[in-house]
Write a protein that binds this ligand. Structure first.
Ligand SMILES: Cc1ncc(COP(=O)(O)O)c(C=O)c1O
Length: 343
């Protein structure tokens, strides 16, 4: 995708295209279809993950606005917060992270990396971290700074646009391997990744369906938010794109119902809630690690992988079918779950 041509400034932060590789031993272990891993855990930027792509456009917008500080929010083990801090440092901006809850004291996993990156960390106590963003922004302005606020998960319309390009890569990678996967599985939280992938599917006419595996409750609200993000991103494209190519035109012409019918969110792997590991996720993490040497995490990718394993075991696919697992990163949080992962 030529984002520059489309009027969006982009800062180079991610190593792309990311690898696309088959996981035959994992397929065998789950008795399932051929499984391909799209390695967005290998984007680079302080240990990688899906946020690197989003941050390229988000920080591009920030620099365009001439800011000096980037503020974002998330859970204490937020991968997005860690990568935002790294992106800010790389671009000479001050990172401020507003994290949920009280200071746990111990710096481990992503929180340790936030500390190493020298981010200013504010704990939100009994309030939600997202609710504090405006106050923190006002404080920065009051002390003479110029802040740019990135919403939870980097899931603004601009952030979501970045995932269009991931589909462009996958379509080319599938073509060169001669495979036509049926489904792409992706962990879904703030759903910007899912929204971008669906837009990419429309633009690049990808044949696979996209299944978001929810990592927190509220599939219906997530589906609505996905549609809303796509609608907002499409309006943004309409206002910016001077010359429209046929793929983009297909997206711009799509009705809201046409966008909604492509959204699929599976809530079966949430368990007791966000960042609470499930037995199925722990099993999936061990299976992939021990069959392919690929690491995942109990908050996001382990749950998404468990969704794929469940579908394979439920007989949704034949041996000749193929599916894609979009590995969105998250491994640094494993170090904060050492007790449960080492059982
Ligand atoms: C490792 C990982 N995977 C998946 C996601 C979900 O992406 P999104 O918030 O765009 O749904 C996140 C978001 O924080 C993440 O850190």
């Amino acid at each position: 995708m030529d984002f520059d041509k489309m009027g969006f400034r982009r800062e180079k932060l991610a190593e792309t295209p990311t690898p696309f590789e088959e996981a035959p031993r994992f397929s065998k272990a789950v008795g399932g279809p051929r499984i391909f891993l799209k390695r967005d855990d290998a984007t680079g930027l302080a240990l990688g993950g899906n946020k690197a792509r989003k941050l390229e456009l988000l920080t591009g917008e920030a620099l365009e606005l001439g800011v000096d500080t980037v503020i974002t929010c998330g859970g204490p083990q937020s991968n997005h917060a860690r990568m935002t801090a790294a992106a800010a440092r790389k671009l000479g901006l001050q990172p401020i992270l507003v994290l949920d809850g009280d200071d746990p004291g111990k710096r481990e996993g992503n929180l340790l990396l936030d500390h190493l990156l020298g981010a200013e960390i504010i704990f939100s106590g009994s309030r939600s971290s997202g609710d504090l963003l405006d106050e923190v922004k006002d404080e920065v302005i009051a002390r003479g700074g110029k802040p740019y606020v990135i919403p939870l998960g980097g899931s603004s319309p601009v952030g979501a646009l970045a995932y269009i390009e991931c589909v462009e890569e996958i379509v080319a990678q599938c073509r060169s391997l001669g495979v036509s996967p049926k489904t792409l599985y992706v962990a879904s939280g703030s759903v910007g990744t899912l929204a971008g992938l669906i837009m990419g599917k429309i633009i690049f006419e990808a044949e696979f369906s996209i299944k978001g595996i929810a990592v927190s409750p509220g599939a219906e609200a997530k589906a609505e938010r996905t549609v809303q993000l796509m609608e907002e991103a499409v309006s943004l494209l309409r206002s910016r794109v001077p010359c429209v190519d046929p793929g983009l035109q297909r997206l711009l012409d799509r009705s809201v119902e046409g966008l909604r019918e492509l959204v699929s969110i599976d809530e079966s792997q949430v368990g007791e809630g966000y960042a609470i590991p499930t037995e199925a996720a722990l099993e999936a993490i061990r299976l992939l690690a021990r069959s392919e040497g690929v690491l995942t995490d109990p908050v996001y990718t382990g749950k998404a992988l468990a969704g794929l394993v469940k579908d394979a075991r439920d007989g949704l696919y034949s041996e000749d079918d193929s599916v894609i697992f979009l590995h969105t990163g998250g491994v640094p949080s494993d170090f904060a779950f050492a007790e449960i992962l080492s059982r």
